[in-house]
Structures are given as C-alpha cells and as structure tokens.
Design a protein around this ligand. Structure first.
Ligand code: SF4
Length: 339
C-alpha cells in the first residue's frame, strides 16, 4: 500500500467498502505523518483498520546498514524484496541536504565507468521502495533536495519512477517542490519524453563526451539513442515549465578533456539552458579508466568557461565509504555471499 497514489488508495478504500474520503486519510497517515503501522491510523474506524491489516501491508523498511564518511556523507543500505540490496546516499553540504535515491536493483545499461552496471540487472524497485528511501531516512526532515542518481536508470523503470515523483511532489503526498527534485538519465528518449511532458522536476543527462563514437564506448546506450537525438528532444521541451537541465560530465584521464572536447561541447549545447557538472571519477575495480589530477580538471573548466559554458566542479563526497554509484551495495552482496 505504501507507494500507492491517491487514486490507487481511493480504489483500495472503495474495494474494502470504506468511505470515499478514506483514500485521502490513508495518504495523510503514510506520506505526511509517516506512520508505519495501520493500527495507529486513529481516524479510521477499528473495523476499517482491521480490514486493511487483513488485506494490505504498508511495506516500509528501515535501513539495515549505514556507513558514515569523514565528510558527513552517509550511505544507507536497504534490503529489498528477495534479499537484494538497495542504497541511498545522504549528502549534507551547508544548507543543502541531498538524498541520492536508487530506482532499480543493479542496472542493464552497462556503462563502462559504473559499478552498478557491473552488477547487472536484478530487478525494478516499486514506487513504494523508492519513496521508502526518503521516508525511512533518519535525516528526512532536513532534506532539501532529492536526486535520482543512485543505482539504476530511472527511465528504464518509468512507471514506478513517475508514481514516486507524484507521491513526493503532490499535496496529498510529501508536497515537495518539483524544483527540489532532479532525475538523472543516460538518455532513454521515449521515457524521457513522457517525463518531460508530465513532470516539472529537473532533468540531468549523463553526457561524458560530446563525440558519439567516444560516448558509445563509455555508454552502450549511444548505439540506441544518439546524443544528438537526446539533445534535440531536450531543445523541444526546454522553453516550458522553468525546468533546469544539467549535464553530468565525468572527467576521465587523457580521454575527454581536450580543447577538441571543449569546442564540440560549445557547439552541441548551443541554445539549451543548462549547467555542466564536472565530476571526478571514483576509480572502480576492473576498468581501464582513471581520474586526471585536480589541475587538469580546473584547466578543462577554465577552457569551457572561456567558451561561455556554465560549469561547476562537483566535490567528491564519501570516497572512504564506497560512495561511487553501486559500490556499497556490491559490497553488501559480497558480504552476504561470505556469510
Ligand atoms: S551509470 Fe547509471 S545507467 Fe549507467 S550502468 Fe550505472 S546506473 Fe546504469
């Protein structure tokens, strides 16, 4: 039941013969008061609570493990249905408190630089399992931002991700502003279109190289949806809804930070309202990729800014606790295998 939209909750209430307003009451208990026990929903009659308990479970779970970095970043590990591990990272930074949520267990997309990709795909998360990462977070009331940048490709689990966004942003749910939520994708165009049409949340696109051939080696999705098609889709939608688009760009040593890359980025991003987030690569086992030194990243940033591109260098967070995407859950699976 947790993770159901208002429409679905109203349907559940009707199915059990409860009053028509009971759907809204259920939403209030679960998404505003964060009650994890049907028995505590005191404005529902005892008989209705009993019926609900007989037919439905709330399906909340608390983190099974937490690791805290010296910089304050925390990685929470949740156990999903079937004993699989899902991770969420809480990142405090001044007044900004961000939660990075997962949308799948593992991932099918096989990006060369990503630990989750190496795990392969193990299953979709339900909207309830996505929203539960927010609900069960000990720092929940401090949160200012949510980013869908944890395990998985959100647009490969579109329906559940859209439901989770509805619950997080609608008045009956958590009531967060869509401007506080960013969904990150490698560019699955049909699903991205649905998101751009129906949601006002921000979009982040993994770019990593402006050259399609080079990008293809890093991100196999380029074989299916080319970067130029991704960018023209964004251009089509960018005037509406005050939406902000950002591009994630991991800087890889000797690979994607030359002047040639600067020139091409300036060319292809012309006409899009955007920011480029430059990210340091967290080394992962089994890839030939490495991170350049800080000076090279700063030189790349300066060259981009000379071309008028808006950039930020993202600080590396939580490196001591396996902060790179997928590393903690991989460790969880390994620990489990060792038990
Ligand atoms: S970067 Fe994202 S889309 Fe690519 S393999 Fe990792 S989780 Fe999947």
């Amino acid at each position: 039941m947790f993770g159901s939209t208002l429409k679905e909750l109203t349907g559940i209430a009707a199915e059990l013969g409860m009053p028509s307003y009971a759907g809204r009451q259920l939403a209030e208990w679960m998404y505003k008061r964060h009650v994890a026990d049907i028995g505590r929903m005191s404005n529902l009659s005892k008989a209705d609570r009993k019926k609900l308990e007989e037919h439905y479970a709330l399906g909340n779970s608390d983190p099974v493990k937490v690791q805290t970095s010296v910089d304050g970043t925390k990685k929470y590990l949740y156990q999903s249905v079937g004993g699989r591990f899902v991770e969420a990272a809480y990142i405090p930074e001044g007044k900004r408190h961000t939660l990075c949520v997962s949308s799948q267990v593992g991932c099918k997309m096989g990006c060369l630089f990503c630990m989750t990709g190496k795990q392969g795909f193990q299953g979709q998360l339900t909207a309830g399992e996505i929203v539960n990462q927010v609900r069960s977070l000990p720092e929940r009331d401090l949160l200012t931002n949510i980013v869908y940048m944890g395990m998985g490709e959100p647009f490969d689990n579109l329906e559940e991700v859209m439901k989770s966004l509805e619950i997080l942003t609608e008045d009956y749910g958590f009531g967060m502003s869509p401007k506080r939520i960013t969904v990150s994708t490698i560019g699955i165009i049909p699903a991205m279109r649905v998101f751009l049409e129906k949601s006002s949340c921000h979009l982040a696109v993994s770019l990593h190289s402006p050259f399609e051939e080079e990008r293809r080696k890093l991100m196999p999705i380029e074989h299916v949806y080319s970067l130029s098609e991704v960018l023209s889709t964004i251009r089509e939608f960018s005037p509406g809804k005050q939406r902000r688009t950002s591009f994630e760009y991991i800087v890889f040593k000797d690979l994607n930070h030359s002047q040639r890359h600067v020139n091409e980025l300036a060319r292809i991003l012309n006409g899009i309202r955007y920011r480029i987030n430059l990210l340091r690569f967290h080394p992962i086992p089994g890839t030939p990729l490495a991170s350049p030194d800080d000076e090279s990243i700063e030189q790349f940033q300066a060259a981009l800014e000379r071309k008028g591109l808006i950039t930020t260098i993202r600080r590396s967070r939580g490196q001591d606790i396996y902060a790179a995407c997928g590393l903690l859950s991989t460790k969880g699976q390994q620990d489990k295998k060792l038990q």
